[in-house]
Ligand binder design. Structure first.
Ligand code: ADP
Ligand code: MG
Length: 595
């Protein structure tokens, strides 16, 4: 957990809102700035010393040269040390700020409710967050550094004035031009660099799809088509880079050589002053050094404006996430639910997804303790939605969901979810060992418990045959396992938590009939002694249930045993006929558990 925070007041300016976060690092940050200022002050002395050395040692022979050489060498060394420490501190601060922002965002994302994830594309959100974090971090840490450098420019100018006022003004005359040209250059190049970023992302997407969708590409012999798409995208990137190089080639020589104009003026005017005997010859050398020193801050000042605009836009996107409040949260006085008997009720439930039409309207459903109920309905009738309401992934708009008579909104989410286990249709496995995946909900579980769960889920047989057994790491999303194997791991995972209420959403829809039979054996074990709501398509799944309910138009329209529903509900027959393409709707294969 991070202690970092941003100011929650949305009305404030983005930098002000960031203050609590930055102030956690204020001491190393302040020290870095002070040291870099000190280092620059040392640096500013050097041209002045050079001026004196030439005057006093070379021209007048009054002081030995080694005196100035030692001073200049010493200042250089001191500058190197302060430069090292200040950079170290500054980069530390920068990456600390980045770490804080990143942790803050990720912690916040883990707390946000499902409606948020419905609205945004989370993958894109996270990758975008990375570049946004970087641009905010760069600005808040490097903008002050640039300002310090500009401050030192003032000091340098002071020195120049102290040597000769008129010559200082002449020397500086090209600086406004350096600034303007710098701003122009960035303004020209900035859109191109954005364009290149976007086009690189396009290429990455195509490559990514080629890798992940390699089977589809090969199956349709679509390689030439993919290569053409890649070629188009790669050409677009190349165009961007060539354009960028063109702009760079055009601007850089101008920007780099502009100060030479100032230098020429200094030589011309300063040389005249020297010839007149009004100025020492060393002054011209000192001015040369000062002008080179001043060039960088003036150019960076232009960059600062650009960075600021970009950081502000990035900060807005970051705040968009951080300002989002979780909607499904514990009430202040939420009680902890102890182990329930498993009496589940949905009472006159209305539900709509954010901004959408009502999906459930006045839905009533009662699951008695220990009972297995199959829910069927057309695609889009709201079966998954009902399944999501039991563990309170969403809150109902009207009515209530109760567990042993207690409204799910009145208990803590942790205790509710310990009582309601969910197996989803697309079982997600983490890139970790099978052991870790099964123990996900109970990391402290003993090996015996874990293996018992795997055995009951019908997973043990294939797991022990794997090269490293339970320690086999399953790949990204568990792709190295088949769908049925993944499903059994997911069932073992839920079984280990041992929840009294179980929700299975289409848990076997993705697997073939043979695998389904294996899983059903596991499911039977899983459902024993629990209240189970199972979203079913196939007749074989319905066979696991004591009772069947039919969902249509946002409510339960039929309720009874399979045989009863076949006799009374034409919709039920229709749904079964559609789901089981083989038309086994005569009930012959259905073996109900208790009826
Ligand atoms: N996350 C969501 N956001 C918005 N609408 C959704 C979401 N999930 C489902 N829906 C809509 O709610 C309705 C019911 O969907 P769902 O419960 O998934 O049906 P089923 O599982 O019966 O196929 C559908 O119209 C669907 O488009
Ligand atoms: Mg569904």
């Amino acid at each position: 957990m991070t202690t970092a925070a941003v100011d929650p007041d949305r009305a404030k300016n983005w930098l002000v809102r960031l203050r609590p976060l930055i102030s956690q690092h204020r001491w190393p940050f302040a020290l870095a700035l002070v040291l870099s200022f000190a280092g620059l002050v040392l640096q500013v002395q050097i041209p002045d010393l050079l001026n004196r050395a030439i005057d006093a040692s070379v021209v007048r022979h009054a002081v030995p040269l080694s005196f100035y050489a030692r001073w200049i060498g010493g200042l250089g060394a001191a500058g190197a040390v302060t430069g090292y420490v200040s950079r170290l501190l500054l980069f530390r601060t920068a990456y600390d700020v980045e770490y804080d922002l990143r942790t803050l965002i990720y912690e916040h994302l883990t707390q946000l409710s499902f409606p948020f994830y419905d609205r945004v594309q989370s993958g894109q959100l996270i990758s975008r967050a990375n570049s946004d974090i970087r641009s905010v971090q760069m600005y808040v840490t490097f903008a002050p550094l640039i300002l310090v450098q500009c401050a030192i420019a003032v000091v340098a100018f002071g020195y120049m004035l102290s040597i000769d006022v008129l010559l200082a003004l002449v020397g500086m005359s090209t600086m406004p031009l350096v600034y303007v040209v710098g701003v122009r250059m960035r303004r020209d190049m900035f859109p191109v660099s954005w364009l290149i970023q976007a086009r690189l992302a396009d290429v990455a997407t195509i490559v990514d799809e080629n890798v992940n969708g390699v089977r589809v590409v090969r199956a349709f012999a679509a390689e030439p088509q993919q290569l053409r798409a890649l070629d188009r995208a790669a050409r677009a990137v190349r165009w961007g880079y060539v354009k960028d190089a063109d702009l760079r080639a055009r601007w850089t020589p101008a920007v780099q050589n502009l100060p030479q104009v100032g230098l020429a003026l200094v030589l011309l005017f300063g040389g005249w002053l020297v010839l007149q005997g009004r100025l020492g010859i060393g002054a011209i050398l000192a001015f040369n050094a000062y002008l080179l020193m001043l060039q960088a801050p003036f150019m960076m000042l232009g960059m600062l404006v650009m960075m600021g605009q970009r950081a502000a836009a990035s900060a807005d996107r970051i705040y968009e996430i951080l300002d989002e409040q979780p909607t499904v949260i514990d009430q202040p006085d939420a009680a902890s639910l102890s182990r329930v008997r498993g009496d589940v009720r949905l009472e006159s439930v209305d539900f709509a997804y954010a901004g959408g039409p009502l999906v459930l309207r006045g839905l009533d459903l009662h699951l008695r303790p220990g009972e297995t109920v199959a829910m069927v309905g057309r695609t889009g009738s709201g079966k998954s939605t009902v399944a999501r309401l039991l563990p309170r992934f969403y809150d109902v708009d009207a009515g209530a969901v109760t567990l042993d008579g207690v409204d799910v909104r009145d208990v803590t989410l942790v205790s509710l979810r310990a009582n309601v286990g969910v197996v989803l249709d697309e079982p997600f496995l983490f890139s970790a060992s099978i052991r870790e995946n099964i123990a996900y909900g109970r990391p402290e579980a003993s090996s015996e418990d874990l293996q018992a769960a795997a055995r009951a889920a019908g997973a043990e047989d294939f797991v022990v045959d794997l090269p490293e057994g339970y320690d086999t790491v399953v790949g990204e999303r568990g792709y190295t396992l088949s769908g049925g194997q993944r499903q059994r791991i997911a069932i073992a995972r839920t079984l280990l938590v041992n929840p009294p209420v179980l929700v299975l959403d289409d848990a076997t829809s993705a697997v073939d009939v043979q695998v389904e039979l294996d899983i059903h054996a596991a499911l039977r074990t899983l459902m024993r002694g629990r209240t189970t709501l199972i979203v079913a398509h196939r007749l074989s799944t319905i066979g696991l249930a004591d009772r069947v309910v039919v969902l249509d138009g946002g409510r339960i329209v039929a309720d009874g045993t399979h045989a009863e529903l076949l006799a009374t509900s034409s919709l039920y027959g229709e749904i079964l006929a559609q789901a089981d393409g083989d038309g086994r709707t005569d009930g012959a294969t259905v073996t109900s558990r208790r009826h």
